[in-house]
Design a protein around this ligand. Sequence first.
Ligand code: ADP
Ligand code: MG
Length: 627
Amino acid sequence: MATGKINVQVENIFPLIKKFLYSDHEIFLRELVSNATDATNKLKHLVNIGEAKVEFGNPIIEVKIDKEGKKLHIIDQGLGMTSEEVEKYINQIAFSGAEEFLNKYQDTAKDSGIIGHFGLGFYSAFMVAEKVELITKSYKDAPAARWICDGSPEFTLEEHSKTDRGTEIILHIAEDSLDFLEESKIRELLTKYNKFMPVPIKFGTKQEALPTPEDAPEDYKTEYQEVDHIINNPSPAWTKAPADLTDEEYKNFYHELYPMQFEDPLFHIHLNVDYPFNLTGILYFPKLSNDLQLQKDKIQLYQNQVFVTDSVEGIVPEFLTMLKGVIDSPDIPLNVSRSYLQADGNVKKISNHIIKKVSDKLKSLFTENRADYEAKWNDIKIVLEYGMLSEPKFYEKGGEFFLYPTVDNTYYTLSELKEKIVINQTDKDNKLVVLYAANKDAQHAYIQAAKEKGYEVLLLDSPIVSHLIQKLESENEGLTFVRVDSDHVDHLIKKNEEKISALNEEEKDKLKGIIENYIQKEKFTVQLQAMDSTQLPIMITQPEFMRRMKEMSATGGGMFGMGKMPEIYNLVVNTNHELSNQILNNSDSAVQEKLVKQAVDLAKLSQNLLQGEELTSFVKRSFELMK
Ligand code: ADP
Ligand code: MG
């Protein structure tokens, strides 16, 4: 038996490791299972190239809890180590690796949250163990070795009687880490980090029904046997070639990835990049609702099938972080801060590649089966809108597959839309006017009015749509977006159907005066307009620009630091309607007041502006009018 002292500068590295990495204790299991996987893969390689003349077989990794003994075992059937190798790899290399890690990241790691992303390796075992035992038998013809270390730089290394190839790590769990002896805890960790590792991992046993004998009697009771429970899927879908996967298999993998997710994804994108570094993965478009609630199931990042994190900001363009799926890359530099990552040219290239792949996929879905693509539009539009706004590269491509639905569910691309409206939807400045509604129900009357004139009305109902419209206008000269209930609508109407007013100037002034008597003048501007007599007598419109700015600042426009903006509305009065006449010519001012108030309230009601006290007195007045 040999004892020795590990040569380190930091006198007692273990308490440091423990304290320093407090919040990430659990990664020890990921590290040890990764080492076991590496050892198995290395042996496979050596057997393949003829260097190791042993039977590779079907090696597995076993994780075992010994609750009474307060021990956790991680056992592999990999290449093992001779005692010289233990000396070299464990005492020297692993140790210096751990030390280097500490020196390098002691100051920065805490803030940047990189710990969990960066392996401390073998020595992370000491985060939960007061003593670590390593028993290993190399595939080479050499006796097995047993190494024990209790957390001080002293260690023991001796020969051992183990005869089967591979390594067993025994963690003597420390008193403050006893929860790592709970089956549920270990299962949770294995599922989190090791679910897709390439070597089968056995954890416990499970009951499996034995086949029913052919001559079984009616009341035959099924018998069960205990079988190994393999907790991982060693060959997850993203490691396979797209040609070898069916749609069904892609879907199944989605549900395997997110067991609590019951809805199928809409479609997937298989990623396979090898420049500037290797990256594989599958992204899924889930059904997204309008309210962007924080999503629990996020894109997961793996390195060589080991789970690293589910925060992929910086690697995946922000608008695509709403998607789901996996990304696996051995090369993404995760031991750096997020801001560094975002500035890294290679990472940027990957991000651009992902944008391109996603655009290509959308384009092909659109061209191959437009009806199906349209049917999915509502569920994907949020992502696309964010993409159009935040990524110039995506905006460029978006013209080909970004759709503008009408209130009647017809879908246009922007160029189709322009063609459609060029005929009769120009305003007096000859700008193309795209009419849109943000809410089919709330703006029903306005939509009706526009449709009756043969105008196309889009339904743009996402929370960020005002930003998108602003962008579209600045990118497309001669194009204006106008909400159906905004004042610009009047321009359109004015140009296309100039009507002669039934009232002369004097009468108009008088009417305006009467109405202004009974309204809040700081909030409403009275506009007299000669319209068709069949149109509504009074309508409320809102200045498009004002309303849009307000929406933009509400949804984080950033640049609009203009605080609370005033509410300003137009009260558009149809001078050709019979009611205008009645108000004007009634000699009883009490009746005039009633008529004006009732009409204005009705207009407010249809804009959802009638609330509280006003609503109460409206209801009261309406009942009185029925008498
Ligand atoms: P890394 O895995 O990054 O090399 P570790 O600290 O995790 O660093 O491990 C150090 C070294 O110890 C490994 O490179 C390997 O040579 C050896 N080692 C660790 N665990 C095992 C194991 N289960 N079987 C064989 N060798 C191992
Ligand atoms: Mg390792």
